[in-house]
Design a protein around this ligand. Sequence first.
Ligand code: TRP
Length: 351
Amino acid sequence: MTLTTTLDTPLLADPADVAADPSRYRVLTGDRPTGPLHLGHYFGTLLNRVRLQRQGVETFLVVADYQVITDRLSPGEIAANVREVVLDNLAAGIDPDRTTVFAHSAVPALNQLMLPFLSLTTVAELQRNPTVKDEAAASGLASISGLLLTYPVHQAADILFCHGNLVPVGDDQLPHVEQTRTIARRFNERYAGGRAVFREPQALLSPAPRLLGVDGRKMSKSRGNAIALKATADETARLIRRSVTDARRDITYDPAGRPGVSSLVEIAALCLGVAPDEVAAQVGSGGSAMLKALVTEVVNEELRPVRERRAAFAAEPGLVGSLLADGAERATALAESTLADVQDALGMGAY
Ligand code: TRP
């Protein structure tokens, strides 16, 4: 393919540029199938993805099954979780006719790109990657696996196999987009005589803040503190009722001083499409009980259509398997062509 742009773009993409000329962009984004997606994913990335898809940006979505085994001792229910993640994306509005959805494991040529990319990455770079460090600490394991240390390079293969140039992510993923840009640049310089085989992708940050879970820590599938998209209205109410607040009666929005209360305020504000201060002022002296009742109501309202669509997709036999097979076919064609270009540049093409 011909690459329109290139080097020297800033790390962060400007959403206005994307809206002005969607045809210049190709999105690659992904989810780790460690469990069903939750409200943090919904406001953090899913809505953003669906908006880009509607703007007409060509989109690839990797279900990063090989990333599940980076930081845990057992793989868990990978097959079941892949299905959950695909259904969550469909429910949020991802349209498989417009977005290529595939799993790592189904696209061998993508995975093979990791070898030349590893050769362009230093151990020191990986060891100082702050997200890898956080994930290593959060895993609770005494030692980290080689796959955890090197997964940012695998993520570079995810992005570069399809020449993705726009990566919608939360800020925790910025180090990986930086690493991908470094790999693209070094590949062109060291292995392709300065020819732009790869372009440097840009990150598109989500406008939504990172949400806290009901225990006051980062909302996370593995911590059991998350409101899953597929949860029932009752489960949602129960989770919100037990979320951590504080002893002060009046409700204010003060993320640093009152993280628990402010996270609930934030969730309500996102659902209502208003500023957090407005929600805080509205609840005011109604206290946490009123705040929790409001959050429960607006979350269940926001997710009602998502949950309805999800149930309908889940009831279609074979849907997930066949859309993943179609996606893998499209992704494989691209990955093989990129891998051939890479091997050509290295003189590995024809022996
Ligand atoms: N690491 C990402 C996450 O935990 C998932 C992911 C895998 C991804 N491959 C990607 C995100 C490529 C962006 C681009 O959410």
